[in-house]
Write a protein that binds this ligand. Structure first.
Ligand code: 3H9
Length: 698
C-alpha cells in the first residue's frame, strides 16, 4: 500500500488504516490509496469484512482544505463513498478523535459505524462557507431525519458519541477502538447480518409534507441566525432536493452546489480565516526558544479584567493567586469570580464538585509577598501608567528570579513599564479582551528587550487557555485598538458631517458586524474612550480633526448602557437602546458651531469610508511591523472586534474589494482631509506592483 494507507489482515477481516498526520485529511494520495485498498480487499475471497480506521489522534477530520481551489484530482470522495456503499461485504468504520466533514461522509457511506466514546462527529463545512460535498446532505438525513441533520449541518457543530448513538448516526459506542472494532465485526460475520445501505434508507424521510414544512421553517431561522451566509441556505436547498429526487440526483445537486460555493468570496474568506488563525502562532521568537515553567499564576486586580483572566487560568488548570490592594477590593474580586462559576453551576455547565476542585487552586490575598514563588504575574489594575508603574516596582522586588511580569494594558507603552524594572527581559504585554474568560483573542505584546522564552511562554499560556494569540509590537493601542481608534474617528467624522449614529450603526450591522460602532461604544462604556482622549490630549496633533460630540455626552454622564444613556437611551433596562432625539440635537449644535452643512451619506458610502479607514490604518500597522503579517490583523479583528468571519477580516476584504479600489477611495476622501486619509505607503507600494495583502502572508 502507499505510505498514507496501511492494510493488514486479521483472519478474515481486512483493516484499512488512513495515515496522514496530523488530522488524516483526505488528500489525493489518501483517496487513491484508500480506493486501491478497498478494491483489493473486496476482490479477496478470504475476506469477509472490512474495517476502516484512522491512525494517530483521529479518523479523518475532512477533505484536505489545502487542495481547495486547485484543479480537482481523481478519485473524488463521492466516488469512493459510492464505492464503499456498493461493496457486498460489510464495511465498518471505527471512528475516533474528530470525525469531521469528508471523514464523517465516509462513515455515512459505510454499512456500520462504531465510535470510541470520546469521538466528536460533525459536518463543519459551513465554517468554510461550504456544504458537505461528498454525499453528506443526502446520507445524514436518511440516518437521523431531516430536522436533526439540518441543525447539525447548518451549525457545523460536532456532537459527541453518545448523542450520535441516540440519534441513530452510529451503531455502537466502544471503549477501545482496536479490540472493540474487531469484536463488533466478528459478531457481524457470525450473525450474517444483512447489509443496509444508507442511500437506500427512506424510513426517516418519507413524510414529505412534514419535512418540507420543517425545511422552510429552519431555513427561515437560519437566515436570521447565520445572517448573510450562503451555505446554511444552500444546505436547505439540498434537503429540498432530497425530498423529490433519487439519491443520485440529490448527490449531483449537492456536488454542483459545493463547487459553486467553493468559488465564492465567502468561502475563500472563511478558508483564509481558518489558516490565518493557525498561522498567527507561528512567530520568529518560538523558533529559538522554549517556554519557561508555567505552573502557577498571579493576577493583580479583581475587576472585570482581573477576574476574567483568573477564571480563564483556573479553567485551564493553572493555580491562581489573586492579589488586591485591600480586603474590600479583594472581596469584590472574589465575588466577580464566584458569580461566573455560580452561573456555570446553574446552567449545568459545571458541577458543584468541579467548581470546588477549581476553587482549591484559587488563592486570594492582599499580600504581594504571596507572589514571590509564582511563575508569572499578570497585572490588570487601572489603565493608568503611574498606577501600573507602582505595581511593577513592587513586582520587581517580590517576584522570584525568572518570574514573568505581564501587563494586561490595552494601550500603554510596555517598553516604558519594562524600563522601570531591573529585568526588562522578563516583561511582556498580555492584552486580554473582555470578558477574558470568554473572548478568544489574546494580543501578545512584545517589548524591545523581552527574552524570546518569555514570548514563547505567552504563546504557551494562550494554548493552555485555548485562546487565539496574535503577536503585536509596542505602539499606542497595539494592533486591535490602534486600528479601532482610526475607524472610530471615521465614524465620528461621518456623524459630524451629516450621518446619524443610527444610520452608521445600521450600515455596519448590514455589512455583517453584530453591532455598529456607536452601539459598541455604549456597550464598552463611553468613559473609557473619554479617559484615553484626555490622556492623549497633551500630545494630540492639533492639526488632526477632533469631534467633541462624544465628550459632550460624557460630560453629561452619559457613558452608555451602564448609565442608561449614551448614543442611545436604555430606558427600563432596554438593552437594545432607542434612538435619542437629544443626542441628535447635541450633534446638530456641534455641527452649527463648526459651520458644517450636513451631507447625506448612503449606506454604501458609510461602509466604504469605515472600511477604508480600517484598512488604511491596518496597512500602516503591517508596514510599521506592529503586526507580523496582514492575516494577523484579520485574526485580531475577527476574534476581538466582531468583523464578520465570512468576509475573512479587513485585509482579506481589501484584497477581494481590490487594493486599487481601496486606494482610489482613499484618494477621493483625501481631498476632504489630507491628514486623516493619507494612503498608507504599503497600499501604494502593493498597488504599484499589482500585488495584494495575501502576498505578504507567507
Ligand atoms: C470537507 O471535508 C469537504 C467535504 O464535505 C467534501 C469534499 C469533497 N485539511 O487545527 P489544528 C491542519 S471540508 C488540511 O491546529 P487541532 C491545520 O492547518 C473540511 N489541513 O489541530 C494545522 O496545520 P499546521 C471539513 C488541515 O488538534 C494542523 O492540521 N473539516 C485540516 O487543534 C493541525 O490542525 C474541517 O473543517 C484539513 N481538513 O484541531 C475540520 N484540518 O500545523 C478542520 C486541520 O500547519 N480542522 N489541518 O498549522 C479542524 O477543525 C481542526 O484541525 C481539528 C483538530 C478539530 C480537526
Amino acid at each position: 500500500m502507499t505510505e498514507k494507507i496501511n492494510l493488514v489482515y486479521h483472519g478474515n477481516i481486512a483493516i484499512i488504516t488512513i495515515c496522514n498526520p496530523p488530522v488524516n485529511a483526505l488528500s489525493v494520495e489518501v483517496r487513491k490509496g484508500l480506493l486501491d485498498a478497498l478494491k483489493k480487499t473486496e476482490k479477496k475471497e478470504s475476506i469477509d469484512a472490512i474495517i476502516l480506521k484512522g491512525s494517530g489522534k483521529t479518523f479523518p477530520a475532512g477533505a484536505d482544505i489545502k487542495e481547495f481551489g486547485l484543479p480537482p484530482q481523481k478519485p473524488d470522495l463521492p466516488t469512493i463513498n459510492d464505492y464503499i456503499e456498493s461493496i457486498n461485504k460489510p464495511v465498518i468504520c471505527a471512528l475516533h478523535g474528530n470525525t469531521l466533514g469528508g471523514g464523517l461522509e465516509i462513515a455515512l457511506a459505510c454499512h456500520y459505524r462504531i465510535a470510541h466514546y470520546k469521538t466528536k462527529l460533525g459536518l463543519p463545512e459551513v465554517s468554510l462557507g461550504l456544504i458537505p460535498g461528498a454525499g453528506g446532505t443526502q446520507r445524514l438525513p436518511r440516518l437521523i431525519g431531516i430536522p436533526e441533520a439540518y441543525k447539525m449541518m447548518a451549525s457545523g457543530l460536532p456532537i459527541n458519541a453518545d448523542k450520535a448513538l441516540k440519534l441513530g448516526l452510529i451503531n455502537k459506542v466502544i471503549q477501545d477502538i482496536d479490540e472493540g472494532s474487531i469484536q463488533f465485526t466478528i459478531n457481524l460475520i457470525e450473525n450474517k447480518e444483512k447489509l443496509t445501505k444508507t442511500k437506500d434508507r427512506d424510513d426517516l424521510i418519507n413524510n414529505v409534507n412534514e419535512d418540507k414544512k420543517n425545511i422552510i421553517e429552519l431555513k427561515y431561522n437560519f437566515k436570521k441566525q447565520y445572517r448573510n451566509q450562503l451555505a446554511p441556505q444552500k444546505i436547505g436547498d439540498c434537503l429540498e432536493k432530497l425530498l423529490h429526487s433519487s439519491f443520485e440526483e440529490g448527490q449531483n445537486f449537492e456536488r454542483k452546489t459545493f463547487f459553486e460555493l467553493l468559488k465564492t468570496e465567502q468561502s475563500k474568506s472563511f478558508i483564509h480565516a481558518f489558516f490565518a488563525e493557525r498561522k498567527s502562532s507561528k512567530i520568529p521568537e518560538i523558533k529559538s526558544a522554549h517556554p519557561r515553567n508555567l505552573n502557577t499564576l498571579g493576577v493583580i486586580g479583581g475587576g472585570t479584567m482581573g477576574s476574567g483572566i483568573t477564571i480563564a487560568a483556573l479553567n485551564a488548570g493553572i493555580p491562581v493567586t489573586m492579589v488586591e490592594r485591600d480586603q474590600n477590593s479583594l472581596d469584590k474580586g472574589i465575588k466577580n469570580v464566584e458569580k461566573i462559576y455560580n452561573r456555570d453551576i446553574e446552567k449545568g455547565r459545571l458541577s458543584s464538585a468541579q467548581v470546588e476542585e477549581i476553587y482549591s487552586r484559587f488563592t486570594k490575598t492582599t499580600d504581594f509577598e504571596a507572589l514571590s514563588s509564582v511563575d508569572m504575574v499578570i497585572e490588570a489594575v487601572f489603565e493608568e501608567m503611574n498606577v501600573k508603574k507602582q505595581v511593577f516596582k513592587i513586582l520587581d522586588k517580590v517576584l522570584k528570579k525568572g518570574g514573568i511580569l505581564a501587563s494586561n494594558t490595552s494601550y500603554l507603552d510596555i517598553n516604558e513599564l519594562a524600563s522601570i524594572t531591573s529585568r526588562p527581559q522578563d516583561v511582556i504585554g498580555l492584552h486580554f479582551f473582555s470578558p477574558a474568560n470568554i473572548m478568544r483573542l489574546l494580543e501578545i505584546v512584545v517589548p524591545s528587550k523581552v527574552a524570546n522564552d518569555v514570548v514563547a511562554t505567552g504563546f504557551y499560556l494562550a494554548k493552555l487557555m485555548k485562546k487565539i494569540p496574535v503577536r503585536a509590537s509596542v505602539c499606542d493601542g497595539f494592533i486591535g485598538n490602534r486600528i479601532l481608534n482610526k475607524y472610530g474617528d471615521c465614524a465620528y467624522f461621518m456623524m459630524e458631517d451629516g450621518a446619524t449614529p443610527y444610520e452608521i450603526d445600521r450600515a455596519i450591522f448590514e455589512f455583517g458586524y453584530p453591532m455598529g460602532p456607536f452601539q459598541m461604544f455604549d456597550l464598552a462604556g463611553g468613559d473609557i474612550g473619554w479617559a484615553m482622549r484626555k490622556r492623549l490630549e497633551p500630545i494630540r496633533n492639533k492639526n488632526n480633526r477632533y469631534v467633541h460630540i462624544p465628550d459632550k455626552l460624557c460630560e453629561k454622564g452619559w457613558f452608555g448602557q451602564k448609565t442608561g444613556r449614551g448614543f442611545y437611551r436604555y430606558d427600563k433596562g432596554n438593552r437594545k437602546g432607542d434612538e435619542d432625539p437629544e443626542v441628535l440635537e447635541i450633534i446638530k449644535l456641534e455641527r452649527q458651531k463648526k459651520g458644517l452643512t450636513p451631507i447625506k451619506f448612503t449606506q454604501e458610502e458609510i461602509i466604504k469610508r469605515y472600511l477604508a479607514a480600517m484598512i488604511n490604518e491596518a496597512a500602516d500597522v503591517v508596514y510599521e511591523k506592529i503586526a507580523l503579517r496582514p492575516s494577523d490583523v484579520d485574526v485580531t479583528k475577527l476574534y476581538g472586534y466582531g468583523f464578520p468571519r465570512y468576509r475573512g477580516g479587513p485585509m482579506r476584504y481589501a484584497d477581494s474589494y481590490g487594493l486599487n479600489n481601496v486606494l482610489s477611495d482613499l484618494k477621493r476622501f483625501q481631498k476632504e482631509d489630507p491628514l486623516f486619509w493619507k494612503p498608507s505607503e504599503l497600499i501604494i507600494n502593493l498597488v504599484q506592483k499589482g500585488d495584494n495583502f495575501e502576498s505578504l502572508n507567507s
